[in-house]
Write a protein that binds this ligand. Sequence first.
Ligand code: HPA
Length: 289
Amino acid sequence: MNGTMGEADSYLEVKKLADDIMAKIKCRPVVGIVCGSGLGELANMVQDDETMAYEEIPGFPVSTVTGHAGKLVFGQLGGKPVVLMKGRVHFYEGISIQKTALPIRVMKLMGVRTLFVTNAAGGLNQSYEIGDLMIIKDHVNMPGFAGMNPLRGQNDERFGPRFPAISKAYTKRLRDHAKHTAKTLGFEGFAIHEGVYCMLAGPSYETVTECKFLNNIGVDVVGMSTCPEVIVAVHCGMEVFGMSLVTNKAVMEYDVEQVANHKEVLEAGVLRSKDVQKLVAAMLETLEI
Ligand code: HPA
């Protein structure tokens, strides 16, 4: 297995993983869902569920962070066959950027066509409050500026083209569908925004100046995940929907008491996760795939 030192697993290696999983699972998923920090409870809504721990899948990246339990959950959600990742690995754990996105290619070869990604993020946009949701309309893959792009290395056309366009990653169709669904659910008390997500490598939270810089270039929320998975998903032809839960407000002023912390992030996840679950399930119910 490649992938720990910065090389992607080969097509045949990924195919073997997907085939081995499918040999043990009855469900044939068409939608993949990646659950971010504190949002894994969505797994409890999956019906006829079959699960597989990441440890049971040779070469599958396993998370080491508290709050990121690792298993694949297969079954029906909103009437659609899905595979849900309860927990994901992060680049800051020391895993290569290619390896963090390996599960997406495995999903692709299991038959997944549409990817839903959720994450916890810090709000930079001053109008965002803790507990708000943000439909992702675009992203900034900051590690990519320094060469950490999951598609770096030899390209295998069986996955996708050498130079894929990422400018329409988060399709308008799915963003509109989310807004419409949120309206019909009548969410109250928390806002649903549409904005730009930026991934930083982490694990340290941002400095004040980094937050100001990101906000100035048009970023609304900042996190430590998602971009590698989305780039790999778009590369292999999946339609993507992304949503951030604002779990804390990024520190935008010098010399203030407030600091970002992981406990706060997990607490906000618990608080709002029911609405995220409801929204995703309702979107799936009426989604044409
Ligand atoms: N910064 C980076 N990642 C995060 C944050 C944050 O403020 N909150 C949740 N994930």
